[in-house]
Design a protein around this ligand. Structure first.
Ligand SMILES: Cc1cc2nc3c(=O)[nH]c(=O)nc-3n(C[C@H](O)[C@H](O)[C@H](O)COP(=O)(O)OP(=O)(O)OC[C@H]3O[C@@H](n4cnc5c(N)ncnc54)[C@H](O)[C@@H]3O)c2cc1C
Length: 446
């Protein structure tokens, strides 16, 4: 069997690339060794978001992911639900109400790109009414904002279904254990005893991308970060999402009520280099458990399940908590002298559509094709999306420049926040923005 494009990996990124390429008219095949979306994608926090916390050190990622999240909201709408999130602030927390509100005021600039709503400042009484059981001792108030919750595995499956309808073939449950070679060139892969020949092979194997590239003697610089969630079967242990300062004070954990249960997490720890060896450590369970129990004395014990995944972050210098979520398309002909092989790596589920577009653009350039991506204009069910606001994207050149310079990237983010903080304090001094009550919260995020 022979194809224009063979994709290795059927997580959300590979499924997105299959859809993008098939809609452009390419003859496409995809191999997935497990279930579509069953690996990292299923282990994510399930948020389509820009990442409020990246505003602290990687502002352009917040901008870029909000930009593509808007496309995902338009194309996969029925899989998403609006998730209001309360960020309670207590006496002694490392960030006070004014700092947190400044952060969310900055996030408000990007929220319209993903059809998010502006933040609200809440009184302590409103927090307690919105989140029954939340400890009120030392509670100063809270901030509310919203993100989108998505059934992540269903997003990958539906994206792959859309690709199939456009003509792509998917070989599910088949491991690509060898890349076929003609001299230095990669000409496809062997999977499940089949030879799948292709003019271009796209490595979209998430945290396994390094392993797949090495089958052809190529390298993908990744820095894997393990993340665990604890899951309680009850889908609504809290009525809304929460962002809680964790017990170590330097980090935050989400509480996400959803049809898949109430999830608490994630952790963010280095390694291991082999994603098949990623396991939840007892310390992670203890950390997440204590972080949620700190705010909910009556939180049920014990959790029902854990889930762990490896973030496939790009290899980069810098401290673990400041790592960029940017993505890159590697053309291994240029990088390693291995023609026919392209890798897409890094990024987030929240920008999987644009990652897929960039990867297929690179494949088309090698194939000499000029067909353009249409994935932003067509829903996963094949309907036209309609008109899309033309939001500006962040500068690709600045993003690239800052990726290798973590200190400058952080300074870039902090400079924006510093200016925003001054503006915020001036508005507060003029008496602006009274805190909202629970009814206003419900009206805002209904
Ligand atoms: C704890 C955690 C929380 C996260 N939370 C969020 C979030 O809330 N929002 C967000 O936007 N992002 C989040 N992310 C990031 C997001 O999950 C990933 O960026 C995204 O899911 C990666 O998708 P992928 O398709 O690249 O990788 P994967 O989903 O891992 O897909 C790669 C696929 O390749 C397959 N594969 C590997 N080798 C082979 C082979 N040789 N042959 C065939 N198939 C192969 C694997 O089985 C796998 O299914 C989170 C990540 C983690 C770990």
């Amino acid at each position: 069997m022979s194809y224009d494009l063979l994709i290795v990996g059927g997580g959300v990124t590979g499924a997105g690339a299959a859809r993008d390429a098939a809609l452009r008219g390419l003859k496409v095949a995809l191999v997935e060794r497990g279930e579509p979306g069953g690996a990292t994608t299923a282990a994510s926090t399930h948020l389509i978001h820009g990442g409020v916390r990246y505003l602290l050190y990687d502002r352009l990622t917040t901008h870029a992911t909000c930009w593509d999240s808007g496309h995902i909201v338009r194309t996969a709408g029925d899989l998403l639900r609006r998730l209001p999130i309360v960020w309670p602030v207590y006496r002694g927390h490392s960030r006070g109400l004014e700092t947190v509100e400044t952060l969310l005021e900055e996030y408000d600039r990007f929220q319209p790109m993903k059809y998010g709503r502006a933040h609200l400042r809440l009184t302590p009484e409103a927090c307690a009414r919105i989140v029954p059981g939340l400890s009120t001792q030392g509670l100063l108030g809270g901030l509310a904002f919203d993100e989108w919750w998505v059934d992540a595995k269903a997003l990958a499956e539906r994206t792959l279904d859309s690709a199939r309808r456009a003509g792509a073939q998917a070989f599910v449950g088949e491991n690509a254990d060898e890349l076929l070679r003609e001299g230095a060139r990669v000409v496809g892969a062997r999977a499940g005893g089949r030879q799948l020949r292709a003019r271009i092979t796209l490595n979209a194997a998430g945290p396994w991308a390094g392993r797949v590239a090495r089958l052809a003697g190529a390298e993908v610089p990744l820095r894997l970060m393990k993340g665990t969630h604890l899951i309680w079967k009850d889908p609504a242990l809290t009525p809304v999402g929460l962002l809680l300062e964790a017990v170590d004070r330097g980090r935050y954990v989400f509480v996400v009520p959803s049809p898949l249960g109430t999830w608490v997490g994630p952790t963010d720890l280095p390694g291991p280099d082999d994603p098949d060896l990623a396991r939840t450590a007892p310390e992670e369970i203890d950390y997440l458990d204590r972080s949620v129990r700190r705010y909910f004395p009556a939180w049920p014990k014990p959790h029902d399940a854990t889930i762990v995944g490896s973030r496939p972050l790009l290899g980069q210098p810098g401290a673990e908590k400041l790592l960029s979520r940017d993505f890159e398309v590697f053309d291994h002909e240029n990088r390693d002298g291995v023609p026919g092989l392209i890798t897409v790596a890094g990024g987030k589920m929240s920008d999987y559509r644009v990652m897929a577009e960039a990867a297929v653009d690179a494949a088309c350039a090698r194939l000499g094709l000029t067909a353009r991506s249409t994935t932003a204009q067509t829903t996963l069910d094949g309907l036209p999306v309609g008109s899309i606001p033309d939001w500006p994207k962040p500068s690709a050149a600045l993003k690239h420049f800052l990726r290798e310079r973590p200190r400058l990237r952080e300074l870039h983010a902090l400079a924006h926040l510093g200016a925003a903080f001054a503006g915020h304090l001036a508005r507060r001094a003029r008496g602006a923005s009274a805190a909202a009550d629970a009814d206003e919260f419900r009206r805002r995020y209904a």
